[in-house]
Design a binder for this molecule. Structure first.
Ligand SMILES: NC(=O)c1ccc[n+]([C@@H]2O[C@H](COP(=O)([O-])OP(=O)(O)OC[C@H]3O[C@@H](n4cnc5c(N)ncnc54)[C@H](O)[C@@H]3O)[C@@H](O)[C@H]2O)c1
Ligand SMILES: [Zn+2]
Ligand SMILES: [Zn+2]
Length: 383
């Protein structure tokens, strides 16, 4: 089958690899029709993770079931399904509690929890930027989509990761109707966090970035764009909130946070959030941070450590919640919103391309080139 394979820093290739296949009785085999490129892929693409050359990328996947293992009885051949980026078993202590991003059985490393398709340190599973995808524990992991799935693929594929992750940010930050919310990062995740906060009736959503095209997308849905290249985002947020700070804050950037000149400082958004959020406010961190960053700029960063303004954080009585999104907690209800016409998350998509276009698409999206807000690849056509 054709697949997007990681070659080395800033290099991917579309090449032929052995077909994905049913390996266990509980597996489902999916012919992928839609697979996104994610900001998380870019950490791997840039060589900032342990992702091994030769592996297939892609964790935001949607497609048609073409084969089922003998122990699968809910999912049927022909179903259109969207796969949470998390691969989880459904029966471990964490899955039972809904913490499917921290599954205790699907990551073969006993020191780690959580698995995903085509993702560094999250198990050996190949990604779905390919013609076929093996889905472990198919009955548990497949979200079977409604009859309009083939027509609304660019909406439904957002259920694999970015929309639930944006929603998760607003849940971790305890966003309530009427709240003011500050969101650092206007990438797909930040935009989806803003979209979710507005759907949850936040009164004012401020989105911070230095890419004007991405800020314009945020403005399209009614968020207030804040350009951090013009002046301090903290000051702009304090001004908009009468000096009090936002009720809630969301970090949607991750460890590669940088200033508008490109100088990287992994602690900058976290410390900005401590300053931007009110006394007793909640901060959600869904941007990715790593236990080790061998290419980090100093010894602290290399160890995954950073200086946090803990005194102010403590003094303000704030709460910080972190981690990967448990997609299954939200994907069914968000699916219903798409189906009933209450939401259209495909509004962030800027490019729909063939799998063969992946190398160029990665390069453009990685450069955060103007107009490249979200790339959707189509390895195959929906039948
Ligand atoms: N927790 C999860 O489950 C989960 C799921 C998906 C993605 N992620 C992570 O979320 C993060 C965002 O993903 P994405 O797809 O939107 O990525 P992205 O790289 O496309 O977007 C990040 C945005 O942050 C902006 N930015 C950089 N430094 C900034 C700063 N100091 N202040 C404000 N904005 C700044 C960039 O200009 C960019 O627009 C990534 O780290 C990704 O790995 C986490
Ligand atoms: Zn993703
Ligand atoms: Zn589990």
């Amino acid at each position: 089958m054709k697949a997007v394979v990681y070659v080395g820093p800033r290099q991917v290739r579309v090449t032929t690899v052995p077909d994905a296949r049913i390996e266990r009785h509980t597996d489902v085999l999916v012919r992928v029709t839609t697979s996104n490129i994610c900001g998380s892929d870019l950490h791997m693409y840039e060589g900032r993770t342990s992702f091994a050359p030769g592996r297939v990328l892609g964790h935001e996947n949607l497609g048609e079931v073409v084969e089922i293992g003998s122990a699968v009885d809910r999912v049927k051949v022909g179903d259109m399904v969207c796969l949470p980026f998390n691969i989880s078993c459904g029966f471990c202590a964490n899955c039972e509690k809904g913490l499917t991003a921290f599954c205790l059985t699907t990551n073969p490393d006993p020191c780690l929890a959580g698995a995903a398709y085509g993702y560094a340190d999250m198990g050996p599973y190949n990604g779905g930027q390919a013609e076929l995808l093996r889905v472990p524990y198919g009955d548990f992991n497949c979200l079977v989509l409604p009859e309009d799935a083939r027509d609304k693929q660019t909406d439904y594929v957002m259920l694999a990761d970015v929309w639930p992750t944006g929603w998760h940010a607003t849940m971790l930050a305890c966003v309530q109707p009427g709240d003011t919310v500050a969101i650092y990062g206007a990438g797909p995740v930040g935009l989806m966090a803003a979209y979710s906060a507005l759907l949850r009736n936040a009164s004012c959503v401020m989105v911070i970035d230095h890419h004007q095209d991405r800020l314009t997308k945020a403005e399209e849905i009614g968020a207030i764009p804040i350009d951090d290249s013009r002046s301090s985002p903290v000051e702009q947020i304090l001004e908009l909130t009468q000096g009090i700070g936002a009720d809630r804050g969301c970090e949607c950037v991750g460890f590669q946070a940088h200033d508008s000149e490109g100088s990287e400082r992994p602690n900058m958004t976290l410390n900005a959030l401590v300053k931007s959020v009110k006394f007793t406010g909640n901060i959600a961190v869904v941007g990715l941070f790593l236990p080790r960053d061998p290419t980090g700029r100093n010894d602290l960063y290399k160890r995954g450590e950073m200086a946090i303004d803990y005194g102010t954080f403590w003094y303000k009585g704030q709460t910080m919640s972190t981690g990967q999104c448990n997609v299954k907690n939200y994907n069914r209800q968000l699916c219903a919103l798409i189906h009933e016409g209450g939401a259209r998350p495909s509004w962030i998509v800027s490019h729909e391309l063939d799998l063969d276009d992946a190398p160029e698409a990665y390069a453009h999206f990685d450069a955060r080139e103007k107009g490249w807000t979200k790339v959707v690849l189509h390895p195959g056509k929906a039948g």
